[in-house]
Write a protein that binds this ligand. Structure first.
Ligand SMILES: NC(=O)c1ccc[n+]([C@@H]2O[C@H](COP(=O)([O-])OP(=O)(O)OC[C@H]3O[C@@H](n4cnc5c(N)ncnc54)[C@H](O)[C@@H]3O)[C@@H](O)[C@H]2O)c1
Ligand SMILES: N[C@H](CO)Cc1c[nH]c[nH+]1
Ligand SMILES: [Zn+2]
Length: 432
C-alpha cells in the first residue's frame, strides 16, 4: 500500500478517487441495468430465467427458480454441527440487538379535545438480497441473518430471499439452513439486477416486495437505486470499506489483517489507514504485503488495495477524525489509546469498532448490530439496516367539535392565503 502525507495534493487526489468509486456508475452500466429491469418488468419469470441462465446457472428453468422444501431438507443434512452452534449464537445475539429497535405506536391527548398519534405497521412483503458471486463461492450466510432477522422482528408477513445460484442451479446449503433458521418465507435462485427488478415489480413466481434490502455488487446497487421510489430500499450498501485510525499504541499486524478483511470482499472494496505515526504506517504496509500472500482471495484483495487502498500519515488524531468525517466510511476502526474519549469527534461512519480486540469481523458475524451498512460516503445521511427499514408510520388525528370550532378560523385563514377555497369550505361548512 502506498503511503502519503496528508494533507498534500497527491493524497487529496487519491482520497477523492476512493470516495467517488462507489457511486461512480458507468453510463454503459446504467443503460444495461435499466434495460434488464424493463425486460423483467415486461416479461417476468422468462426474463429472470434468461439472465440467470446467461450469467449464473445455464440449466435453470422457471420451475426450478424457487428453492423447494426438499432442497432445504438435503441442505440440513449437509451442514455440520459446529456450524449450527456458531449460527445459533449469531442468530440469538443479532435478534437481541434488533429487538431494541422496535418502535411503538403512540397516541397523545394532551391538547384538550384532540387525539393525535402515530400507528406503526410493518410493510407487507420484503425482499432480502443475499450476495453470492462466482456460483456461491462466497455464500454470505451472515447477510441472510442481517436481512431476514430485522424484517421478522418488524413483523413482515412475507420475506423473499434472493441469491444467485451456483452453476449447477443449486443454492449453497449453509445459506439454505440459515434462511430456514431465521424464517425466510421463500428463497429464489436469482441474483444481480434481475433479482432486484423481480422484487420491485413481481413476476409469476416471485412476489412483489414493498421494501428491498441487502448488500450487493455494483449491479445490485445500481438496480436498487433505479427501482427506489417504486419500492422502498434500505440504502446504498455497495462494495465494502474500512478506515482504520491508529496511533503509536496500535499493532501493525492487527491493522493489516483488518484492512485485508474488507479488501478481500471485492476489487471495488476500499481499505484506508490513517495514522499520526510514521512508524506504524511503514510497519502496517509491510504487514499487508506479507499477509496478503496467504489469502485465498489475494487477487481480489490486491486489486482493491492497488486501486482503492491507501495509508495516510496525518499530523495528529484531530486531523484523522476530520478526514474520517469527510470520507464517512462504512466501517471505522479506532486502534488508539483511548477510543472512548475520541468517539465524540466522529460524526460520519456506518459502524465504529473500538479497541484492539474489536476487529471489524466481530461486527460482520456475531456482535449483534447489523453489518449491512451505508457505503460510498452515504454514512453522511444513512444508517445501518434496522427494524425501521421494514416499518412505516401512519399519523392519527381526531378533533372534538369544540376544538375544531376553536381552531377553524386559523385553518380558514391559512387555506385562503394558499388560495385553496375548497380547503377553506370544508371547514366553513361545519361552522354553519
Ligand atoms: N455494504 C454492506 O453492508 C455489504 C455487506 C456485505 C457485502 N457487501 C458487498 O457486497 C458485494 C457482494 O458482491 P458479489 O459479487 O459477491 O455478489 P452479488 O450477488 O452482489 O453479485 C453476483 C451477481 O452479479 C452478477 N453479475 C456478474 N457480472 C455481471 C454483469 N456484467 N452484469 C450484471 N450482473 C452481473 C452475477 O451473475 C451474480 O448474479 C461485495 O461488493 C461486498 O463488498 C456489502
Ligand atoms: N463486511 C461486509 C459488509 O461490508 C459484511 C460481511 C459478510 N460476511 C463477511 N462480511
Ligand atoms: Zn466483511
Amino acid at each position: 500500500m502506498k503511503i502519503y502525507n496528508y494533507p498534500s495534493e497527491s493524497a487529496k487526489i487519491k482520497v477523492i478517487a476512493i470516495s467517488n468509486r462507489g457511486l461512480d456508475f458507468r453510463k454503459e452500466d446504467i443503460a444495461e441495468i435499466t434495460r434488464i429491469i424493463e425486460d423483467v418488468r415486461e416479461n417476468g419469470d422468462k426474463a429472470v430465467v434468461k439472465y440467470t441462465k446467461r450469467f449464473d446457472a445455464p440449466d435453470l428453468t422457471a420451475e426450478s427458480l424457487q428453492v423447494t422444501p426438499d432442497e432445504t431438507d438435503i441442505a440440513e443434512k449437509e451442514v455440520d454441527k459446529a456450524f449450527i452452534k456458531s449460527l445459533d449464537r449469531a442468530v440469538s445475539q443479532i435478534k437481541a440487538f434488533h429487538k431494541h429497535q422496535l418502535s411503538k405506536s403512540w397516541i397523545n391527548t394532551e391538547r384538550p379535545g384532540t387525539l393525535l398519534g402515530q400507528m406503526v405497521n410493518p410493510v407487507g412483503a420484503a425482499g432480502v438480497y443475499v450476495p453470492g458471486a462466482k456460483g456461491g463461492m462466497t455464500p454470505l450466510v451472515s447477510s441472510v441473518l442481517m436481512g431476514v432477522i430485522p424484517a421478522k422482528i418488524a413483523g413482515v408477513r412475507h420475506v423473499s430471499m434472493m441469491t444467485p445460484p451456483t452453476k449447477e442451479g443449486t443454492v449453497n446449503p449453509y445459506l439454505l439452513v440459515a434462511a430456514k433458521k431465521v424464517g425466510a418465507d421463500a428463497i429464489f435462485k436469482a441474483g444481480s439486477a434481475w433479482a432486484i427488478a423481480a422484487l420491485a415489480y413481481g413476476t409469476e413466481t416471485i412476489p412483489k416486495a414493498d421494501v428491498i434490502v441487502g448488500p450487493g455488487n455494483i449491479y445490485v446497487t445500481l438496480a436498487k437505486k433505479i427501482v427506489s421510489g417504486t419500492v422502498g430500499i434500505d440504502m446504498i450498501a455497495g462494495p465494502s470499506e474500512i478506515l482504520v485510525i491508529a496511533d503509536h499504541t496500535a499493532n501493525p499486524e492487527f491493522i493489516a489483517a483488518d484492512l485485508l478483511s474488507q479488501a478481500e470482499h471485492d476489487p471495488l472494496s476500499s481499505a484506508i489507514l490513517v495514522t499520526d505515526s510514521e512508524a506504524i504506517a511503514k510497519a502496517a504496509a509491510a504487514a499487508v504485503e506479507k499477509q496478503v500472500e496467504c489469502l485465498s482471495r489475494k487477487e481480489i484483495a490486491r486489486e482493491s488495495l492497488e486501486k482503492y487502498g491507501v495509508i495516510l500519515v496525518v499530523p495528529d488524531l484531530a486531523a484523522a477524525a476530520e478526514l474520517a468525517n469527510r470520507i464517512a466510511p462504512e466501517h471505522l476502526e479506532l486502534q488508539i489509546k483511548d477510543p472512548f474519549e475520541y468517539i465524540g469527534q466522529i460524526r460520519n461512519a456506518g459502524a465504529i469498532f473500538m479497541g484492539n480486540y474489536t476487529p471489524e469481523p466481530v461486527g460482520d458475524y456475531i456482535a449483534g448490530p447489523n453489518h449491512v451498512l451505508p457505503t460510498a460516503g452515504t454514512a453522511r445521511f444513512a444508517s445501518a439496516l434496522s427494524v425501521d427499514h421494514f416499518i412505516k408510520k401512519t399519523s392519527l388525528i381526531h378533533y372534538s367539535e369544540a376544538t375544531f370550532k376553536k381552531e377553524a378560523e386559523d385553518i380558514v385563514r391559512l387555506a385562503e392565503i394558499e388560495g385553496l377555497d375548497a380547503h377553506a369550505n370544508s371547514v366553513k361548512i361545519r361552522l354553519k
